[in-house]
Design a protein around this ligand. Structure first.
Ligand code: ADP
Ligand code: MG
Ligand code: ZN
Length: 227
């Protein structure tokens, strides 16, 4: 009898007809590969954590890394070499929580460093990478890895911060986190630059930026028509 697909979950080897659904380490979607007549291949995914500065992106990334390690998965973490604000070899949140990471200059160096046994690839400050980061994340997910990338969605003028829009587009899951607006205390989605410096990439912390909501954000220098 043909299985009633709505009730059944497909895992590695075939169809699970029980009514309890244990979560496999690397699930397969839809019909099992055996049923579809194609070779078994684990599915990876891309998760993006995004928001303004101080919104807790790094904290959330570290939380997911720690949970993956608790689940005995092998994690490799990366950050752009440009971000040496707190530590050159660790991902560090504004609350000084940290995990080991490798600082790399390009997206290609991330791909080159991925080990055969790696399950999870975590990337912080993804907005500072070249556009190749999108293809790299996509390829790694296609190889069966779980990729988690955290980064700013907007620059200091409120413009989409490449390559985050593309990364969000190819991601299975996007989490937007919010800071607290330094002016009104509401949920903040923008990073207000508080020093006069016109370059898009200015790595800094509370001395250069504060979190602001849409209403309290004051984009300087460039009119919004550039959006
Ligand atoms: P992000 O990576 O998004 O810049 P982090 O995860 O490094 O943020 O840091 C988040 C932490 O920053 C919060 O837990 C909080 O202690 C601190 N923080 C400082 N200013 C703010 C703010 N305006 N809103 C929220 N958190 C803030
Ligand atoms: Mg951060
Ligand atoms: Zn506000």
């Amino acid at each position: 009898m043909a299985p009633f697909l709505g009730l059944f979950c497909a895992f590695d080897g075939g169809i699970d007809t029980s009514f309890s659904f244990p979560l496999p380490h690397r699930p397969f979607c839809g019909l099992s590969p055996a049923v579809r007549g194609i070779p078994a291949r684990p599915l990876g995914s891309v998760e993006v954590i995004t928001g303004s500065m101080f919104s807790g992106k790094t904290e959330e990334l570290i939380r997911r890394i720690k949970r993956a390690i608790l689940a005995r998965q092998r994690v490799q973490a990366f950050k752009p070499r440009i971000d040496d604000r707190y530590d050159a070899h660790r991902i560090v949140s504004h609350e000084a929580v940290s995990v080991d990471a490798v600082a790399v200059g390009t997206s290609a160096s991330i791909e080159e460093r991925i080990l055969e046994e790696t399950d999870v690839v975590a990337i912080d400050e993804a907005q500072f990478f070249d556009r190749g980061i999108v293809e790299v994340c996509d390829r790694l997910a296609n190889r069966g890895l779980r990729v988690i990338a955290a980064g700013l969605d907007q620059d200091y003028l409120g413009r989409p911060f490449p390559p985050m829009p593309e990364l969000m587009a190819i991601a299975e899951e996007v989490t937007k986190v919010h800071a607290v607006c330094s002016v009104c205390g509401g949920p903040a989605c923008r990073s207000q630059r508080i020093i006069s410096e016109a370059t898009t990439v200015l790595v800094g912390g509370a001395e250069c930026y504060e979190a602001r909501c849409r209403g309290c954000f004051e984009p300087r220098e460039v009119p919004r028509t550039l959006f």
